[in-house]
Design a protein around this ligand. Structure first.
Ligand SMILES: [Zn+2]
Ligand SMILES: [Zn+2]
Length: 277
């Protein structure tokens, strides 16, 4: 990418909202002050809580720190499927410790990514990803926390491994990007579907059909910032404050009042993550 587009303007506030999956570190936050500044910006438009998600060990340590610095921030820790080849005994021991922290509300993001192997240097192969996914499923069950799934072009194998291993009580498909059939399969298993800015992309026809078939009680909203900035700011840097754009787009697809959807998705986030504040 050449010169980045400028940051999107602040949306009209929409409250209450919880950003169910974001990466504050990748958005540029470093110390406690920069975390507070980013969450202040989000809170100013109604996004009062965020779950910041790790994709490697350093990010996992940072996410737990950030969640202790600011009580509006919660953490999720795991090794991203593309990094599952780093899941040695030392990494497993540290992740177990981090995941048990009371500020950690989910094990994620884990799952399967069939897009990057062969394209990305050092990407874990599929067999290694499956093994890592199984380990994270087991961890989530042992500590009684939700499993947060990353799925890229792996619908069939994901459902198969979950059924084979035995899914934890709460399974969240972050940045759900599949079609209505996959959505209905997930709904039937009781899984939670979290929608990101991709649901606002006009050319995401199959995903936009999926958005319509999810029952209220099984839906979350997220930014996955700094990626996947919602329409009409695609390609610009994303941050938790951009969540209202996505929620309004999802509400329109579901023919729902945005405020009602904000309340429903926030009640769901509080329930599935067990948010106390
Ligand atoms: Zn992901
Ligand atoms: Zn993510």
């Amino acid at each position: 990418m050449s010169a980045r587009r400028p940051a999107p303007p602040l949306p009209e506030p929409l409250a209450p909202l919880v950003d169910a999956h974001t990466h504050l570190d990748a958005c540029g936050a470093g110390d406690a002050a920069s975390v507070a500044e980013m969450v202040d910006r989000a809170a100013g438009v109604g996004v009062g809580r965020v779950v910041t998600v790790a994709d490697d060990l350093a990010a996992a340590r940072w996410a737990v720190d950030a969640a202790h610095w600011d009580d509006r921030v919660y953490a999720a820790v795991a090794l991203h499927p593309t990094r599952a080849n780093a899941l040695d005994d030392v990494a497993r021991a540290e992740l177990e410790k981090l995941a048990a922290d009371p500020r950690v509300v989910a094990v994620g993001e884990t799952g399967l990514d069939y897009y990057w192997p062969g394209k990305l240097d050092g990407c874990a192969d599929i067999e290694t990803q499956v093994e890592g996914f199984r380990w994270h499923i087991d961890l989530a069950k042992r500590i009684g926390k939700p499993l947060m799934i990353h799925n890229r072009e792996a619908d069939h194998d994901l459902l198969t491994v979950l059924l084979d291993e035995g899914a934890p009580e709460t399974v969240i498909f972050h940045c759900f990007s599949s079609d209505a059939n996959m959505a209905l399969s997930c709904v039937a298993e009781g899984y939670i579907l979290s929608f990101s800015g991709t649901a606002s992309f006009k050319n995401a026809h199959e995903l936009r059909e999926a958005v319509k078939v999810v029952p209220d009680a099984q839906l979350l909203v997220e930014t996955d910032a700094p990626y996947l900035t919602p329409h009409p700011y695609r390609g610009a840097p994303n941050e938790p404050y951009c969540l209202p754009y996505t929620v309004r787009a999802v509400a329109e697809l579901r023919a729902q009042d945005p405020v009602e959807l904000a309340e429903i998705s926030t009640a769901n986030a509080r329930r599935v993550y067990g948010l106390t504040a």
